[in-house]
Design a binder for this molecule. Structure first.
Ligand SMILES: [Mg+2]
Length: 340
């Protein structure tokens, strides 16, 4: 990566992802990416490779178009291996939709063909955050997600530096579960004292602290999003029962591609707004996520920016355009991204 991507749980400076190639009996090829991020949930490249290799043997000979059937087998075979499932599912569905001659987004409903991403700023100094804020503004992106969750005063300094560098940008905070409720509220009051009101606070407190999420939502008077807390269908139902959050972050690398489809529908039916997000995917994985969000339509937030942080781009197809735009209208079949 151009520079380390630091979040509350740790830092990543090299992308160690997994590429899956699927070939249909007629020779059609599809590609899928798994992007394990140890700092987020402990998944690793070695574990993802081993899981994908094991499952690939079982998938040999399945009918690619019967994705309801092999998707369930895969989910049963690889619980807790979302990155491996994502890579296999994307590769098979990329191949299948290439063979059909249809863009992947159509398989998921075809609601939209464009989506605009935010850009994130990791746990860096205020000076580096201001510089990033100016770059993001100049790239035409108006929604910035700032990583926090270490210490409220230092985190406030980072957020205020971004605000001063890009005063008209909308700001979101993401603590990756690094705070207690009191710290999250302290950060918000430090920002409000300077006239800064973020639009949304993602995962202010740890995964299991649903009461804490609800407390930040109520006492902080801010939209709260669940990311780490929304790790399965049952977890999303628990969030709904607790009235804990407003928004659910759907990530292909957390739920799998088909699991994300299920969870997005469940979250929407439960009354949540949706965010589409990722870990540290290249354009292959992120564009697959963009197809899912465009296919379902009406995602309130998109956080699909990590291809911008790669020092060397391993993929070609579907560039992220000025303003953070993913334009899928020109993808004729499949995901539209292949290894360079
Ligand atoms: Mg997050």
């Amino acid at each position: 990566m151009r520079e380390p991507f630091a979040i509350a749980g740790g830092s990543q400076d090299v992308v160690a992802n997994v590429l899956v190639r699927a070939e249909l009996s007629d020779g059609t090829v599809g590609w899928g990416e798994g992007a394990p991020m140890p700092a987020f949930n402990g998944e690793t490249q070695a574990g993802t490779l081993a899981a994908a290799a094991k499952a690939a043997k079982v998938l040999r000979g399945v009918r690619a178009g019967a994705w309801g059937a092999w998707g369930q087998r895969l989910a049963a075979m690889l619980p807790g291996r979302a990155a491996a499932r994502a890579a296999l599912e994307t590769a098979l569905l990329d191949a299948w939709t290439r063979r059909l001659g249809t863009p992947l987004r159509v398989l998921f409903g075809g609601a939209e063909d464009r989506i605009v991403t935010d850009v994130s700023i990791p746990l860096v100094s205020p000076e580096a955050a201001a510089e990033a804020g100016r770059r993001i503004r100049d790239f035409g992106v108006k929604l910035i997600k700032i990583k926090v969750g270490k210490e409220p005063a230092a985190d406030a300094a980072r957020v205020l530096a971004v605000h001063r560098a890009a005063p008209r940008s909308r700001l979101m905070l993401d603590a990756n579960g690094g705070y207690r409720v009191a710290q999250a509220l302290e950060l918000l009051s430090r920002l409000r004292a300077e006239g800064v009101q973020p639009e949304l606070f993602e995962q202010p407190v740890p995964e299991k602290d649903l009461a804490g999420l609800k407390a930040v939502r109520r006492r902080g008077k801010i939209l709260v999003a669940a990311d780490e807390s929304a790790s399965s269908p049952s977890a999303i139902l628990a969030l709904a029962r607790a009235g804990a959050v407003d928004v659910v972050n759907i990530k292909v690398m957390k739920l799998g591609l088909l699991g994300s489809l299920d969870c997005a529908r469940l979250a929407r039916a439960s009354g949540f707004s949706l965010m589409i997000g990722g870990l540290v995917e290249s354009r292959l994985g992120m564009t697959a996520a963009a197809h899912l969000a465009c296919g379902l339509g009406s995602f309130a937030y998109a956080d699909l920016d990590t291809p911008l942080f790669f020092a060397r781009d391993p993929m070609r197809g579907v560039p992220i355009r000025h303003g953070g735009l993913y334009d899928l209208s020109k993808v004729r079949a499949g995901v539209g991204v292949v290894p360079a």
